[in-house]
Design a protein around this ligand. Structure first.
Ligand SMILES: *Cc1c(COP(=O)(O)O)cnc(C)c1O
Length: 230
């Protein structure tokens, strides 16, 4: 697992260089996307200094959480949300990046345990209207942000996006900039929207240039995923 330490050092250097090139604050979180990776890989990343982990499949995530005995890990749910899984997400996770429906937001708020802080949530933006991905368009985001404001156990923290596959870096930058600009327009007092979850292994430097504050890194950190989860 020494590779993970080496990969993390390389990613941290690349993030720092992208932050410097963009002349912006060094406020970029490296979220380790551990879906399809064994618990030993999560332990190795934790010991290398990673605190934030992202998972996409709820059953796989819970199996790992129950096996791992790591103090103070912050879990982020980054997958599509089925309404019969909201209770587990509300109980087990600290952040959810993929809010895209009123019903899901309402259930998460109702099911968030009283002894935990409000659940941090991001609205997923799908500018191209790709049917295979979750997310809402710009008008949908405004409506959903207003709804989440009124849910007592959710805290709206920002936006998340996955650009369409196969874009050139210039096209991806355009996509990221539109989402960053939407976050600025939707921000208001009491709703800072300071978290922009944009960029993965293949495009995180472009995303940082466009204002990302959270890069979701899987394969560049851990290597290839096991198919079908672990
Ligand atoms: C799997 C996944 C990632 C990580 O992708 P890599 O290309 O392996 O870095 C990031 N974000 C989401 C939403 C994912 O599902």
């Amino acid at each position: 697992m020494t590779e993970i330490t080496d990969h993390l050092a390389i990613i941290e250097r690349r993030v720092a260089a992208a932050v410097r090139a963009a002349d912006r604050p060094a406020d970029v979180l490296i979220l380790a996307v551990s879906k399809g990776q064994p618990t030993a890989a999560i332990e190795a990343a934790f010991h290398a200094g990673i605190v934030d982990f992202g998972e996409s499949y709820i059953d796989e995530a819970v199996r790992k959480m129950d096996t791992l005995a790591l103090p103070a890990v912050t879990w982020h749910f980054i997958g599509r949300i089925q309404s019969n899984k909201t209770r587990t997400i509300a109980e087990k996770f600290d952040w959810v990046h993929t809010i895209d429906r009123a019903k899901i937001a309402e259930r998460l708020s109702a099911q968030r345990p009283a002894d935990k802080p409000p659940l941090n949530v991001l609205i997923q933006i799908n500018l191209a209207g790709e049917p295979q991905k979750g997310g809402v368009d710009e008008a949908g985001a405004a409506a959903l942000a207003a709804l989440v404001d009124d849910l007592p156990r959710l805290k709206l923290r920002g936006l998340m996006t996955i650009p369409p596959a196969g874009l050139t870096p210039a096209e991806a930058a355009d996509h990221f900039r539109r989402v960053a600009s939407l976050a600025k327009r939707l921000a208001r007092p009491g709703r800072p929207l300071d978290m922009l979850s944009m960029g993965m292994s293949g495009d995180f430097e472009t995303a940082i240039a466009c204002g990302s504050t959270c890069v979701r890194i899987g394969t560049a950190l851990f290597g290839e995923r096991r198919r079908g989860g672990v």
